[in-house]
Design a binder for this molecule. Structure first.
Ligand code: AAM
Length: 336
């Protein structure tokens, strides 16, 4: 199995990794998200993940953003890629419940509400406009943008948005056992609200059913003038679908083979239906000798915090698959 399914035809002198952080209150519904040790703690995962990517450790709290089974957060992969490449990531606060400990470009958003009971992102249009402004700014400081996310519970909002946009999609999960029944129940209620609103406008759909990361990422992607890779699985695919519905070309995606091969999701098929291209990285975690990383291969975590895109970026910058794997293994062995 090659390290990259296909190498993107991209060269960059000034690459930038940016990570959009946000919350949706859906992540506190028991059983929805494994991106944290407990449902309540998932609200802190973007804060802990960003601290880990920025500093290489977590000092602000006494617990880690790992899964309930102790599988290392994908932020540890992103961190090791930043160390290997010498890049410094930019964090963008789309709407966090708790003030982050890292400096962020602030979009002045709020955590997404539970879309079953009210508008998920009342200011979706404002977040999109501020994302557009940020995209113009980032165009001045880089020629390649690898744009990732951290939104626990975000695969469920992605399901709602993809379905509301008309795709017969299934999304991935941070759990090995994707809680599809629970997600479908949530989605049915949300689609009822979208139907009642009688709208097919993509930003209205984000207002009703999305999370704050989505309008920010879509806004940035709309105005960014360099090469762009959406770093992530089904959540960034929902962003690509929004861009398509806005009449723009959907940008390419970069993610892991664990997302591609997730039979509970429909990533490759939906990528095709959206008219996007996806690059897949296979970091061979089964053979690195780390129990937690090996769980990625049975479908735990799979992706997040732009981890797949960060590995693709390191590869584009000339690092060999062995160097990439070693950097991840060395960091995770120390950290987890
Ligand atoms: C981000 N940090 C994570 C993590 N993610 N830490 C541990 N496990 C993860 N999977 P779900 O909808 O099931 O919550 O999955 C989406 C989350 O999983 C996102 O936060 C994504 O970045 C990843």
């Amino acid at each position: 199995m090659p390290f990259l399914s296909e190498s993107p035809d991209i060269t960059a002198e000034n690459p930038l990794m940016a990570l959009v952080l946000g919350n949706t209150m859906l992540s506190t519904v028991p059983g929805i998200s494994g991106a944290g040790q407990t449902p309540e703690k998932t609200l802190l995962t973007p804060n802990l993940d960003s601290e880990l990517v920025m500093t290489g450790s977590i000092a602000s709290m006494s617990f880690k953003p790992n899964t309930p089974t102790g599988c290392p957060t994908p932020a540890s992969i992103t961190r090791s890629m930043m160390q290997l490449t010498g890049l410094l990531p930019l964090f963008i606060n789309a709407g966090l419940r708790h003030q982050p400990g890292v400096p962020c470009l602030d979009m002045y958003g709020s955590p997404g509400g539970d879309p079953r009971f009210g508008d998920a992102v009342p200011d979706a249009c404002g977040l999109f406009r501020r994302g557009e402004m940020a995209g113009r700014f980032l165009s001045r400081c880089s020629d390649l943008l690898v744009l990732g996310e951290c939104v626990p519970g975000g695969t469920t909002t992605a399901l709602c948005v993809l379905k509301a946009l008309g795709y017969d999609a299934r999304v991935s999960s941070s759990y090995v056992e994707n809680p599809v029944t629970l997600k479908d129940e949530v989605c049915r209620e949300v689609l009822g609200r979208v139907r009642n609103a009688g709208t097919s406008d993509p930003l209205e759909i984000l207002r009703l059913a999305g999370d704050p990361m989505m309008p920010v990422a879509a806004g940035i992607a709309s105005t960014y003038s360099g090469r762009l890779l959406l770093a992530g699985g089904t959540q960034m695919l929902a962003v690509a679908a929004v861009l398509k519905a806005l009449g723009r070309n959907p940008p390419p995606l970069a993610t892991t083979v664990y997302v591609r091969d997730d039979s509970s999701a429909s990533f490759p098929r939906t990528v095709e239906e959206v008219g996007a291209v996806a690059y897949y990285v296979d970091p061979n975690f089964a053979n690195l000798g780390h129990v937690g990383l090996a769980r990625y291969c049975i479908g735990e975590v799979k992706e997040g915090m732009g981890a797949g895109g960060a590995m693709v970026l390191a590869s584009l910058m000339g690092f060999a698959p062995e160097e990439i794997s070693k950097a991840i293994f060395d960091f995770v062995r120390e950290y987890s």
